[in-house]
Design a protein around this ligand. Sequence first.
Ligand code: ITT
Length: 193
Amino acid sequence: MITKLVMATNNANKLREAREILSPLGIEVLSQREAGADCDPEENGATFEENADIKAKAVAAQVKLPVIADDSGLCVEALGGRPGVFSARTYPAGEECSGLLNDMRDIPENDRGAYFECDIVFLDGESYAAFSGRCSGSIGFESRGTNGFGYDPVFMVGDRSLAEMSADEKNSISHRGAALRELYRFLEERYGE
Ligand code: ITT
């Protein structure tokens, strides 16, 4: 087994969720900053996987360890899949929930379906692998809960928002949890004895 890998992200919540899920493997997940990499490349891919690939390659050029990168976002059916790959840029930081609720103020309850997608890319030298996860739900009419990050307070799964769930509950049903569990199995097979 390898002992360390680097997560190409500037998002501390993604890093926390990756650590929570990968910790039983005994691999230390370093942030790009901890690994000595400093980058914030332009995410101009058309898909989540392309953007994850851009981030992973940018950090891999600066470190000697295996790298993972996560690109993710919220796709709202009534908005034609938006904000999608633009989830981090459509609304000002900290205003994503109020911005989305405002854009959806006239959309009725039965047309508020949405899903989160998370694509994770793994790079180790010439080796490349990609993993994907989705979480289906709907957009509520108000922000609820204080856990999680980003759009979690407005993303409803059943009658609770992701921000009303514990970290373990969110991880067990989330897009990132699903992609990370695929990555987990891949790392076990690739590096396990
Ligand atoms: P890095 O690019 O540095 O990894 P980022 O936050 O900019 O960090 P993305 O470009 O992948 O990441 O943008 C994803 C956005 O989608 C993120 O900023 C959130 O607003 C939203 N998002 C992704 N996963 C989420 C989750 O689990 N819960 C709530 N919002 C999420």
